[in-house]
Design a protein around this ligand. Structure first.
Ligand code: SAM
Length: 235
């Protein structure tokens, strides 16, 4: 039997604060303040498609790891969770480099906005890049989706998010100024940096490098000093 090919259609585009992969949470709902807006596309941009969806508190998003598709996949990968040293099969991982490049995330449904332009779902706790193509949405159904006896293998517990975070006086003033435009910006930055997004081998270590990431239209920069992150700029 040959491997059959199927094509899928983008049903919507997820707009998120994350303009690059660095510092995106590794899984959904680790940072609930990471709010995304899923703009539905024609012909799915009609309220019939989301009728009664508001009854559900959470959704499954199926999406394409669009930024990695051209790079393909390898049969084994090194999960950051194992310190980047040990290889596991790609199907034993949530690697973004996988056959078919499909991702899945359970996120919180905060709102369904219906405007003359169409339907936008407001979603909390996203772990997706800005502009991620969404290929399906399904309600999260606790009676089936919660598996209390499940064993999480090498990822049995949520990743450590213990890094303490502070702001320089200037960075704090600047951050607070942007809060009107980007609600909860400060707590979003704090929670993203608490996860220490640096490569696994640097975990819990100081280093001399400064770090930066694009969040919304802003550049956020920080240093790691004494096992603590200091935000030095929000511009
Ligand atoms: N929850 C999903 C899953 O299990 O399929 C995603 C898990 S994956 C480990 C999460 C990472 O995917 C993020 O930290 C980010 O670096 C990366 N990512 C998110 N959106 C992406 C996209 N559209 N293309 C490529 N990589 C993406």
């Amino acid at each position: 039997m040959t491997n059959k090919e199927y094509s899928v259609q983008t049903i919507g585009v997820l707009h998120s604060p994350f303009k690059e992969k660095f510092a995106i949470p590794r899984q959904p709902r680790l940072v609930k303040e990471a709010v995304g807006h899923l703009q539905m596309l024609e012909p799915f941009n009609h309220e019939d498609f989301v009728r009664d969806l508001a009854q559900f508190s959470h959704l499954w998003l199926l999406f394409m790891f669009h930024q990695n598709l051209e790079k393909g996949y390898t049969p084994t990968i090194r999960p950051p969770r194992l310190g980047g040293n040990k290889k596991v099969g790609v199907f034993a991982s949530r690697s973004t480099y996988r056959p078919n490049g499909i991702g899945m995330s359970a996120v919180e449904l905060l709102d369904i906005e219906k405007t003359p332009k169409g339907i936008t779902l407001v979603l909390g706790g996203v772990d997706l890049l800005d502009q991620t193509p969404i290929i399906d949405i399904k309600p999260y159904i606790p009676y089936s989706d919660i598996i209390t006896e499940a064993n999480g293998g090498f990822a049995d517990e949520a990743p450590d998010a213990q890094m303490t975070v502070s702001f320089t006086a200037d960075a704090l003033i600047s951050c607070e100024r942007f809060e009107a435009q980007y609600p909860q910006l400060k707590v979003l930055i704090e929670k993203l940096l608490a996860q220490d997004p640096r490569p696994a081998y640097k975990k819990k270590r100081d280093d001399k490098q400064s770090y930066g990431v694009r969040l919304y239209n802003l550049n956020v920069s920080w240093d790691v000093i004494g096992g603590h992150s200091v935000v030095t700029g929000v511009n």
